[in-house]
Each structure stands twice: as structure tokens, then as C-alpha cells.
Design a protein around this ligand. Sequence first.
Ligand code: SF4
Length: 250
Amino acid sequence: MRRQFIAGKILIYSMARRNKQIRNTINARPRAKIRRELQAIYDALLRAYGPRNWWPGESKTEVVIGAILTQNTNWKNVEKAMERLRHGNLIDWSRLRDIPNEELAVVIKPAGYQNLKARRLKNFVTWLWQHHGGCLDPLKDVPLDEIRKSLLSINGIGPETADSILLYALERPSFVVDTFTGRLARRHGLIHPAHTYAELKQLFELHLAPDVAGYNEYHALIVEVGKRNCGPTPRCAGCPLERFKHSSCD
Ligand code: SF4
């Protein structure tokens, strides 16, 4: 038993050491080189797919609601829930404040986890009324770090949702990263395997100019290549990024 415990400890230690070595190697790469690589990847994807015109949503309010409803489900289900919200005239911060949780949960049922998502949506709405008078516009003037921190303090708003709200609804330069982004960055040696959300986000924000339209497009292109080629099992043959140095395993 004790021997197994020690063997486990040694394994964890050597994995941590290996990750640290990889992290140091990647961090030691010149910033200009990474910037060029990120730009070249962007250019290749844009050439292949064209502009994505990302983030469906007819208004900023819809974008925020969509960012919360899309957690753990696909966009088709979000669209169905959104249609029911539109039908009930609920794309409105006052109406969302006044509707009871249980009723809201019934309306957004197609998005799944309806009770949880109704609570999360209401948490956001409460926060918006308490701190910003039920209006998104004043959020544009709050410093980016401050507003991001505040969004993350809302129960149920994680980093990806917060960044989606910032970038797509508030048009602030906050890069959105997700599973697709992590896979691509790891496979192309841009980040170490045990990276965190914050490190992945930083990879893009440190090397690209803070540009809302550019961040928006880049994320959309990564999602596109992720869906077409760079899934859990990569299909590198014929991928627009095939000519870039990559490994096919995580
Ligand atoms: S499928 Fe292969 S070439 Fe394409 S992005 Fe993924 S790792 Fe790169």
C-alpha cells in the first residue's frame, strides 16, 4: 500500500516536472515568433473559410441571454429557447426581473438544465439591476478588468460566459477561449498541455492587438476548424492548418 502511494507520488511529481519543462520551453519562445504564428494561423483560416459573421443574436440582450443558455448545450437548442423567450416578450430586462424562476425555467426548457439556467439568468438580471440600473449601456464605461471581475462574481457566470458577454454584447476586447481553442493551441505547440483558461486567453491577448472585431473573427474561425477538422480525433489531412507544424495528439 505504502509502495503504491510512493509510486503515485513519484508519477505525479514527474508529470508536474514534465509539464513545467514544456511550459518553460513554450514560454521561452520569442513573443514575435508566437505573434507571427498566431497571425499566420488566422490568415490561413480566414482564407479557407472567409469571415464567419459570428454570434447570432438580434440584440445585445439576446447575446447575453444566449451566452448563459449555451452552457452545456448546442446552439440549436438555445435558438429554440430564444424563440420561446421572444414569443413571450421576455427579451427584456424588466420582464426577466419580474418573471418567477419556475416560469422562466418552463420557457427556456429546450436549452436543457432549465432550472439551473433560469437561476443563472436571474442571477445576472439581479446583478444588472442592482449595479447598473437594468441597462447594459453603462457597462461599456467600466474598466475592462473591473467589469470582468464583477461578472465573474455572479453565481453561474464562468470565464467563458463572462468573456462572451464582454466581447459579443459589450464589444470589449476580451478574447474568448474554449475547448476548440485549447486543442488547436496544444496541438500546434503554442501552449503547454496542462494550461489553464487564463493562460490560454493570455496567449492570444498578449500577442494580438486588442481588437474586438479581430478577436471575434479569430474565435469564430477556431470554432470552425474545430468542428470541421480539429475535434477530439484530429483530421489533419486537408485541414487549412495542415502545413503548420503540429502534433495530432493532446
Ligand atoms: S486538425 Fe490537425 S492541422 Fe488541423 S488544426 Fe487540428 S492539429 Fe492542426
